[in-house]
Write a protein that binds this ligand. Structure first.
Ligand code: KIV
Length: 265
């Protein structure tokens, strides 16, 4: 089985080929998703909500992230493993370096952080020291209490311009991937065109280079309200691995997401 690396994803962007990303939190799901062809496994701090039952990702610890990253890395069959740095584990560049080292030693091949311009020094330091970085813009769930809820971001002109500026600043600082969550589809398209690094979207329309969903969501396993950007791929006649393969194919064929899964400006 071939190995997905940052170079693979950069080549995909250049060629105009889409790539697929799913969250994974354990060895079995990691095995099934990577064997199904999913390119990137995101050990997301969404595990605080879907596994631990918290109402946000804020309570997730670095220890939790290392534990689940180790499990995913044992099951993985060639996908790139990206792991979230949890809330307040990267408040300073020095803290980010220590936290990123722990995640990389647990099996991560890239770390993800939420935030814009204030992360420039941190991204530079990590990147210079050999840590691939993804920066998460738009609806950054660790900011839920600051945002006052889970809301689409970048609808106002100023906020949209700032997001494009932040994405460019992240790229210049050395970020390898940008992830956009819950932003209007036209803005996600503009960000994707403004940077040379691959852009992954969730609730960001069809024009980003890659698409990510939380694995439980796309298997129809939700305990609350289902966000509009989710599609259930575990339909009758499919097992879990076939659902993962159907997601991968739908992303690569451009069948997912459709306009109905995105947000207008
Ligand atoms: O933690 C997570 O699963 C994420 C995705 C929603 C992008 O950050």
């Amino acid at each position: 089985m071939s190995k997905t690396t940052i170079s693979t994803l950069q080549k995909s962007k250049l060629a105009g080929d889409k790539f697929s990303v799913l969250t994974a939190y354990d060895a079995t799901f990691a095995h099934l998703a990577s064997e199904a062809g999913v390119d990137v496994l995101l050990v997301g701090d969404s595990l605080g909500m879907v596994l631990q039952g918290s109402s946000s990702t804020v309570p997730v610890t670095l220890e939790d992230m290392c534990y689940h990253t180790q499990a995913v890395s044992r099951g993985n069959q060639g996908a790139l493993i990206m792991s979230d740095l949890p809330f307040m584990s990267y408040a300073t560049p020095e803290q980010a370096m220590a936290s990123a080292a722990a995640l990389m030693q647990a099996g991560a091949e890239m770390v993800k952080m939420e935030g814009g311009g204030w992360l420039v020094d941190t991204v530079e330091m990590l990147s210079e020291r050999g840590v691939p970085v993804c920066t998460h813009l738009g609806l950054t769930p660790q900011y839920v209490h600051k945002f006052g809820g889970y809301k689409v971001q970048g609808r106002e002109d100023n906020a949209a311009k700032q997001m494009i500026k932040d994405a460019k600043a992240m790229e210049a600082a050395g970020a390898d991937i940008i992830l956009l969550e819950c932003v209007p589809s036209p803005l996600a398209k503009a960000v994707t065109e403004a940077v040379n690094v691959p852009v992954i979207g969730i609730g960001a329309g069809p024009d980003t280079d890659g698409q990510v969903l939380v694995c439980y969501d796309m298997l129809g396993m939700n305990s609350g309200r289902v966000p509009r950007f989710v599609k259930n791929f575990l339909v009758e006649g499919r097992n879990v691995q076939q659902a993962f393969a159907a997601f991968d194919q739908a992303v690569k064929n451009g069948d997912f997401p459709q306009a109905e899964h995105g947000f207008e400006a």
